[in-house]
Ligand binder design. Structure first.
Ligand code: HEM
Length: 503
């Protein structure tokens, strides 16, 4: 046969095989009669995501379109079918009632090449269960009371750093300041290292930390690709972190562990507790044996806790300060509550005092509703799951997304969802809605382990600022906050400059 003809036949065959493969892939939801969004090559339904379209908008569009039609929608990430939940009841089943089936996330990690990524947020199965069991006690309320003095000391530093600008009335580029604040908090409380990014924002620690999420190695679309096709990503040795960032933390964390040696328990930070668990499998004040931690477990978890805290705390505080500039009346009500509670403690900010500030709690809940740092929750089906009340099955291995930012802005649940209103969290309002309509920290066994710590830091930062300053709108404050994709979801952009007036 003519060699050219052979070549043409081979090419035609390859094209037919690829075309049939893709056609078959893209028929997945249709064949199962699940409502779906029409995909196209090469991105499936992700066209534009990461290039102008934020995942927040992507999920919100799907949710708004389908929420009254179906409990979940079929979509495609590249050629992979994934399910998007559009119903609170199904979210509750997946996160809580049937969490055994949905215990894992589908996340990319590479234990051998990037040991920092093999942490409990990404691992699944027995590995996750064991780590969760060992680390959960670190975040109990009594531990939070232990770290409170450090949180308050660094919050004081935050309030002090604003003083010169308050005196001149100069608008403050606030996001970098809050970034330094959250790095000081996480560096001190979690890694236990002496850092002062607030005073020295050009320090190496801050420079390396910013390269984790402010300027990450991989774009949003690439991260979704790595998550969707972990085997291919591993084959090509795709990395989550810049090499110099990995090297830095792989040195700093073990150095700190080594320095504490057998003398943990002196400083009362989370690193102390991790070192205790590593050495003895127990915590000083408890007879319970949680299991010894390995060096690698301490390394990856300390890095995880650090990285998660930095971004969520600065974004939440940043959005909160923005809302204070936009709502003078809310700011006054908040300050009045803070001063009232503190008048009964002789001006002392304490854990108990903060716990009594109910309007402050509502304010922060509302920040986390409108500006949730996480867009969505992720779970993976460990076995076929028949969706209650439907004929549909979420098949084993399918990734499921729960679009929490979209839930938080559902007008059927939150009237005027784009209006900032802490009354959305009055006890009556909370009691009147579905428990899974609001999920800023996720839910169930895989819910956020650092919920209390995250909230405490945000409360403390706000209290320290509000008792000292009036936060004011400046000409450099935009009418709407803008966000960028980040390693966790969304991050407030830095082009926002409030003014601080000394009280
Ligand atoms: C305002 C602050 C924070 C917010 C909004 C937040 C939000 C979240 C969300 C939405 C998840 C996913 C939950 C799920 O899938 O159900 C999560 C998981 C997690 N968060 Fe947070 N977080 C915050 C602060 C923190 C802090 C301070 C720490 C640690 C010091 C932390 C550690 C973790 C860990 C380890 C996980 C994974 C848990 C697991 O897979 O078992 N978070 N967080």
């Amino acid at each position: 046969m003519d060699p050219v003809l052979i070549l043409v036949n081979i090419i035609a065959l390859v094209v037919v095989v690829i075309w049939s493969y893709i056609k078959n892939k893209y028929s997945y939801w249709k064949n199962r009669r699940v409502p779906y969004t029409k995909p196209s090559l090469p991105y499936g339904n992700l066209k534009g995501v990461g290039k102008g379209i934020h995942t927040r908008e992507f999920f919100s569009d799907i949710y708004e379109k389908f929420k009254h039609q179906t409990p979940f929608v079929g979509t495609y990430f590249f050629t992979e079918p994934v399910a998007v939940v559009t119903n609170f009841e199904l979210a509750q089943n997946i996160l809580i009632r049937d969490s055994n089936t949905f215990q894992d996330r589908k996340e990319y990690y590479n234990e051998n090449e990037e040991p920092l990524t093999a942490h409990m947020a990404y691992l699944g199965g027995e590995k996750w269960r064991q780590l969760h069991q060992k680390f959960e006690p670190l975040f109990k309320p009594n531990r939070m009371m232990q770290i409170m003095p450090t949180i308050l000391e660094i919050s004081d530093r935050l309030a002090t750093i604003l003083e010169p600008m308050a005196e001149t009335g100069e608008p403050v580029e606030i996001m970098p300041v809050l970034g330094s604040f959250s790095m000081d908090i996480a560096g001190s409380i979690i890694l236990g290292i002496k850092c002062n990014c607030l005073l020295d924002p050009n320090c190496e620690f801050q420079a390396k930390s910013e390269r984790i999420s402010v300027n990450p190695r991989q774009s949003e679309l690439r991260r979704i690709f790595m998550q969707t096709y972990p085997k291919i990503a591993r084959l090509f040795n795709m990395r989550t972190l810049f090499d110099d960032v990995s090297e830095y933390f792989i040195k700093v964390i073990p150095d700190e562990v080594k320095e504490r040696g057998a003398n943990s328990g002196q400083r009362g930070d989370l690193m102390d507790l991790m070192v205790q668990l590593k050495n003895t499998g127990k915590l000083d004040d408890s007879s319970e044996h949680f299991g010894n931690l390995t060096d690698d477990e301490v390394l990856a978890q300390a890095f995880l806790f650090f990285m998660t805290s930095v971004e969520t705390i600065s974004t939440t505080l940043g959005s909160g300060i923005y809302q204070l500039t936009m709502h003078e009346d809310i700011q006054e009500q908040l300050r009045s509550e803070i001063l009232d509670v503190l008048s009964k403690t002789g001006g002392q900010v304490t854990y108990d005092a903060i716990m009594k500030m109910i309007y402050l709690h509502q304010f922060v809940d509302e920040i986390l509703r409108l500006h949730s740092p996480a867009n969505h929750l992720i779970r993976k089906a460990a076995q076929d799951y028949k969706v209650p009340g439907t004929e549909h099955v979420i098949e084993k291995g399918t990734t499921v997304f729960i679009p929490i930012s979209a839930f938080h802005c559902d007008p059927d649940v939150f009237p005027d969802p784009l209006v900032f209103n802490p009354d959305n969290f009055s006890s009556t309002a909370v009691a009147g809605r579905h428990p899974c309509a609001y999920l800023p920290f996720g839910e169930g066994p895989r819910g956020c382990i650092g919920t209390q710590m995250g909230k405490l830091v945000v409360y403390a930062g706000l209290v320290k600022i509000l008792r000292k300053y009036r936060v004011k709108f400046s000409d450099l404050t935009p009418l709407n906050l803008s966000y960028v994709n980040s390693i966790h979801g969304l991050r407030t952009t830095a082009d926002y400059f409030p003014e601080f007036e000394k009280l």
